[in-house]
Design a protein around this ligand. Structure first.
Ligand SMILES: [Zn+2]
Ligand SMILES: [Zn+2]
Length: 130
């Protein structure tokens, strides 16, 4: 079956994200996927990222600043490094952290996220060497 150009772009974005674990920003993904698909436009990338988020294939991480993307959709927590600004996975079981029961609420709670802030292992090591 012939793949449409659209689905090829979408797959390239998804595969690129799945092959890495550095929680890239849209711009970092754009530069990387463009090596494979030079005709990719930023608008197309954003459209696809939104579609992939909406369908639950990837997750979007945001602390209010630039958004980062993650193809690991299993529940896990992140730490955001104050030094390099990157998101890293935290090896903590989700249940261990979320000891708070989902509150009763008249509205509708669809999702939740938890981001720790600190210094990543790499930056902590580099600081120690100085
Ligand atoms: Zn860092
Ligand atoms: Zn992650």
């Amino acid at each position: 079956m012939q793949q449409t150009r659209k689905s090829r772009q979408r797959d390239a974005i998804l595969n690129n994200l799945r092959a890495r674990c550095d929680h890239p920003t849209a711009m970092e993904l754009y530069l990387s996927v463009r090596e494979e698909i030079p005709s990719l436009s930023l608008g197309t990338l954003y459209r696809n990222l939104k579609g992939l988020c909406d369908s639950g294939q990837i997750i979007r991480l945001s602390d209010g600043g630039e958004e980062h993307y993650d193809a690991c959709t299993a529940p896990h927590w992140h730490i955001k490094c104050d030094c390099c600004g990157r998101f890293y996975d935290l090896p903590v079981s989700p249940e261990a952290v979320l000891a708070v029961p989902i509150p009763e609420y008249d509205g509708e709670i669809r999702d939740y996220s938890l981001i720790f802030f600190g210094v990543c292992a790499h930056c902590a090591r580099t600081a120690g060497e100085k």
